[in-house]
Design a protein around this ligand. Structure first.
Ligand SMILES: [Fe+2]
Ligand SMILES: [Fe+2]
Length: 145
């Protein structure tokens, strides 16, 4: 019996696609050499926040904690580590939103660096999730043989 529902894997892939698109927009808004101007950064950060909340809810309610990974202890531990990162990423994003609001839309050099560091962290998190799901799917295929 498949351990990772294909519908979940497909939905997660779709979710990651839309999140990665937003992260690319954040990187474009904080390109080195563009600091000092004002722009859509505060609104974009809030858009990312709303997307991320939905995304984390999806993963926490329907994904990692499913029976699928409780049956695979080595993957379950990795999933727990990833889930534990959600709170910190959300808190860091809240701090960035506060910082951007205080700067009144100005993309300061400090804000630029902090936003890009945060984007990098989220990209790494998402890449590790994709790898985890891929391993689980491969395991399912092996189990079905
Ligand atoms: Fe996640
Ligand atoms: Fe994710």
């Amino acid at each position: 019996m498949p351990q990772i529902p294909l519908a979940f894997a497909a939905e997660l892939g779709h979710e990651h696609g839309s999140l990665l698109e937003l992260l690319s927009r954040l990187e474009a808004a904080t390109q080195p050499g563009t600091e000092g101007g004002t722009g859509p950064l505060p609104a974009l950060l809030r858009e990312v926040q709303a997307n991320l909340r939905r995304h984390f809810d999806f993963e926490e309610q329907d994904g990692y904690m499913s029976q699928a990974l409780t049956d695979a202890p080595h993957l379950y531990n990795a999933a727990q580590e990833l889930l534990a990162e959600h709170g910190r990423m959300a808190a860091d994003l809240n701090a960035l939103i506060t910082f951007a609001a205080a700067a009144e839309g100005a993309v300061t050099p400090t804000l630029q660096v902090q936003v890009r560091q945060w984007v990098l962290l989220v990209r790494r998190h998402e890449a590790r999730e994709n790898s985890l799901i891929q391993k689980a799917c491969n395991q399912d295929i092996g189990a079905d043989d």
